[in-house]
Design a binder for this molecule. Structure first.
Ligand SMILES: NC(=O)c1ccc[n+]([C@@H]2O[C@H](COP(=O)([O-])OP(=O)(O)OC[C@H]3O[C@@H](n4cnc5c(N)ncnc54)[C@H](O)[C@@H]3O)[C@@H](O)[C@H]2O)c1
Ligand SMILES: [Zn+2]
Ligand SMILES: [Zn+2]
Length: 365
């Protein structure tokens, strides 16, 4: 098969690599139908995630079709259309028993395109298939469910649920990239009174309005703290969600909230940020952090199936799977291309007689 392979910092190639095979009886092999690229993949390419070894297939988001299952897989079979999520669950460790799959100590957690081969490929091996895959309802398209693989549960769990959004709350979302926008989209499920999006880029602020923000603040031209104070009668917001991952935006979030308010940090931080306890100790604030668990995926999938949540607007660009190299260039130049998510689309199996036969006959080499 072909796949997008990491060859060390700054080096990637779409090239031939051996087909995945069943290693453990709990594995499934999935033919990738749609995949996408995450900001984390760009971090890996910069060398920020040293556990990713050269030779690893990148990618941790996909929708695909099962072509083979291991002997002990009981809930899925060949031909099932499935969501392959960024988080895998062993289903047995103490964290998985609590639904905290992101912290799995039994070999799951974030492993795709990190510790094992990932999903920007023609085929992938999925460990712990029974407890990690989700069946996709027939009536839903790949694009309707693809963003459930990462950005929707991340924003919902680490931003909205950790931030405890309640009806009537005022919410500031700092950073209007895919994660910030998904936070805006899923915060609206709780009917906040006001969502304020804050970003440096005007193009991202325009997107924030499309995704449901009520107001925007350009931190390039405006004083975000002053403006938020004006908008909230001097008090500050109930919740500020950090969706950038740099010290200044984390510190800004702690200033934007009212006494008794909450900061939900979603951003991945590479540098220490200052926690100003000398001003915060008296303000009864709550600060949360988190890695996505994806335990809300079934709930979000129901909302999409029932037409209550629509994430298709994240797909700004589409590429055939074998043009993944060009898709990376487009995604990496988001400032120039206005890309949010680029969808990598495999050729439909019906248009591909050889693959159709292989899919029907079980996975072939
Ligand atoms: N906790 C988790 O489980 C988890 C999972 C996925 C991603 N993340 C993290 O979430 C963060 C956001 O992800 P993304 O894909 O949306 O990233 P992104 O880079 O696409 O978006 C970040 C946005 O922040 C804006 N920005 C940058 N500096 C700013 C500043 N000083 N003030 C205001 N806005 C600023 C940018 O213009 C951009 O629109 C990243 O740090 C990412 O690594 C966390
Ligand atoms: Zn990701
Ligand atoms: Zn586990």
């Amino acid at each position: 098969m072909k796949a997008l392979i990491f060859h060390g910092p700054g080096e990637r190639a779409w090239e031939q690599t051996p087909d995945p095979t069943i290693v453990d009886p709990t594995d499934a092999i999935v033919r990738i139908d749609s995949s996408t690229i995450c900001g984390t993949d760009l971090h890996i390419l910069k060398g920020d995630v040293p556990e990713v070894t050269p030779g690893t297939v990148l990618g941790h988001e996909a929708v695909g079709t099962i072509v083979e299952v291991g002997d002990s897989v009981t809930t899925f079979e060949e031909g099932d259309r499935v969501l392959v999520s960024c988080i895998t669950s062993c289903g047995r460790c103490s964290y998985c028993r609590e639904g905290r799959y992101g912290l799995c100590t039994g070999g799951g957690g974030w492993i795709f395109g990190h510790l094992i081969d990932g999903l920007q490929a023609e085929y992938a091996r999925v460990p712990f298939a029974d407890t990690s895959l989700y069946k996709v309802p027939e009536e839903l398209s790949d694009e309707q469910v693809l963003f459930l693989a990462d950005i929707l549960p991340t924003a919902y769990e680490v931003g909205v649920l950790n931030g405890n959004v309640k009806p009537g709350d005022s919410v500031a979302v700092v950073g209007a990239g895919p994660i910030g926008l998904a936070t805006i989209l899923t915060a609206k499920l709780y009917t906040p009174s006001m969502i304020i999006a804050i970003d440096l880029a005007d193009s991202r602020l325009e997107k924030a309005i499309e995704f449901g923000a009520d107001l925007t603040i350009s931190s390039a031209r405006q004083d975000a703290l002053e403006t938020v104070k004006e908008l909230t009668g001097g008090a500050g917001v109930d919740l500020a969600v950090e969706a950038v991952g740099v010290p200044e935006t984390f510190e800004l979030c702690t200033e934007l909230i009212r006494p008794g308010g909450r900061v939900a940090n979603v951003g991945v931080h590479g540098h220490p940020a200052t926690l100003h306890l000398e001003t915060l100790w008296i303000r009864d604030v709550t600060i949360t952090t988190g890695l996505v668990d994806t335990n809300t995926t079934p709930q979000l999938l129901r909302l999409i199936a029932d037409g209550r949540l629509d994430a298709t607007a994240f797909a700004t660009h589409r590429f055939p799977l074998d043009e993944t190299m060009a898709a990376y260039d487009t995604f990496a130049d988001a400032a120039g291309t206005n890309a949010l998510k680029v969808v990598l689309e495999a050729e439909p199996v019906e248009d591909h007689p050889v693959e159709k036969e292989a899919a029907l006959a079980g996975h072939s080499a």
